[in-house]
Design a protein around this ligand. Structure first.
Ligand SMILES: NC(=O)c1ccc[n+]([C@@H]2O[C@H](COP(=O)([O-])OP(=O)(O)OC[C@H]3O[C@@H](n4cnc5c(N)ncnc54)[C@H](OP(=O)(O)O)[C@@H]3O)[C@@H](O)[C@H]2O)c1
Length: 340
């Protein structure tokens, strides 16, 4: 299977490392023989229709900060042209999330679909802004749009809801979808840190960006909520439809009061057939979604089977790359069994 990787940062490189370490197993277990025919970062691209040497590709990125160094001569192509004109079955989108206009991810995804390539995206931006139209475009072009890694990192939250609960009806779900804010709230509760101290700690531990607005103000959780609402609840919503409140006004007094009442404050994303929101709420400490640290947790309320909770790490390079691999295996199987 020929693959184009667009975005070669933490997740893109982790995915290539998994391919390198598991190639024999992928072939013997899944009949999957992935060949990365192009790889793009913000400085340039590496291309080989025979398949790039993945060890060399990682080394070029490590030594020179760009895949550009893979070739002796610089290849200068527009990324959309590269996607459209390179023969490949799958394009993996792993560029930074942009929740204002979804670019460059949206253009990459559209180029891939128009040239009949399946898409795997870990980038939430395009789906948070244009879920319905991208899904329609994928159906129109008869290609898959897979996005397991956009919610829950490597934890299969979307698959759990969509596949394991098949036949039942999900009436609502609520959960913790952002690990950074959960880490901050946990630190405030467990160690008595102020919000600013906990935020500084999260930055030092590598869990928060230098400008953490997307996490702190609830945009990241809202983007994931939109993806879940569209995919699981068939809601037709985008990020602008989500009432959202972040955690920057949560103070130690609130945390202590909650604690004294057997509760904890968590940033909760909620969705049912009418409502949709992200806000800090008090929840019972023995609630299964009351996880600590960077964990994510979601409880689905189902018509027949009652409440089901899934918990796991919500981010991380290898974790998210494992979700890409799941999507790739599924695409491979759908190509072999087109009527499944
Ligand atoms: N990291 C996680 O745990 C995680 C979990 C779930 C989802 N995600 C999502 O996955 C995506 C990738 O995350 P990441 O952590 O790998 O980010 P990252 O380390 O910042 O990597 C982003 C990559 O995209 C490249 N890039 C930026 N602009 C580009 C452009 N216009 N054209 C081509 N490439 C471009 C960057 O190039 P340079 O290398 O030259 O800078 C870099 O290689 C994001 O959308 C993120 O939200 C990440």
């Amino acid at each position: 299977m020929r693959i184009i990787i667009v975005g070669f940062g933490v997740v893109g490189q982790s995915f290539v490392k998994i391919l390198l370490s598991k190639s024999a197993e992928l072939y013997s277990t899944f009949g999957l023989n992935p060949r990365v025919v192009a790889c793009v970062d913000s400085n340039g691209m590496a291309i080989s229709q025979d398949g790039l040497d993945l060890g060399r590709l990682l080394e070029a990125k490590r030594m020179n900060k760009s895949v550009l160094a893979y070739h002796e001569k610089t290849i200068c192509l527009n990324t959309s042209d590269l996607i459209e004109n390179t023969e490949a079955e799958v394009m993996i989108e792993a560029t930074p999330t942009n929740l204002e206009n979804g670019e460059p991810g949206i253009s990459h995804i559209v180029s891939a679909m128009k040239s009949k390539k399946h898409v795997i995206t870990v980038n939430k931006g395009p789906l948070a802004l244009a879920f319905a139209s991208l899904l329609e475009l994928s159906n129109y072009n008869n290609v898959r749009l897979a996005f397991s890694g956009t919610v829950g990192g490597g934890t299969p939250i979307l698959e759990f809801a969509k596949k394991c609960l098949r036949g039942d009806r999900i009436l609502s779900f609520r959960g913790i979808l952002n690990g950074t804010t959960n880490y901050i709230l946990s630190k405030m509760e467990e160690e008595g840190f102020t919000f600013q101290e906990a935020l500084a700690d999260a930055k030092q531990a590598g869990y928060a960006e230098a400008s953490p607005k997307l996490d702190i103000e609830g945009y990241d959780a809202a983007a994931k909520l939109v993806i879940m609402a569209n995919w699981i609840m068939s809601r037709k919503v985008s990020i602008g439809d989500v009432p959202r409140l972040g955690i920057s006004d949560v103070n130690l007094n609130m945390i202590r009061n909650a604690h004294n009442n057997g509760k904890a404050i968590r940033l909760i994303a909620y969705c049912d057939t009418d409502e949709l929101n992200v806000m800090p709420l008090e929840i019972q400490r023995d609630d299964p979604i009351c996880v600590t640290g960077t964990l994510n947790a979601v409880t689905f309320s189902c018509e027949y089977s009652g409440e089901k909770t899934i918990v796991g790490r919500g981010a991380g390079g290898l974790e998210t790359a494992s979700a890409i691999l799941r999507d790739l295996i599924e695409i491979r199987e759908s190509i072999s069994n087109p009527f499944d």
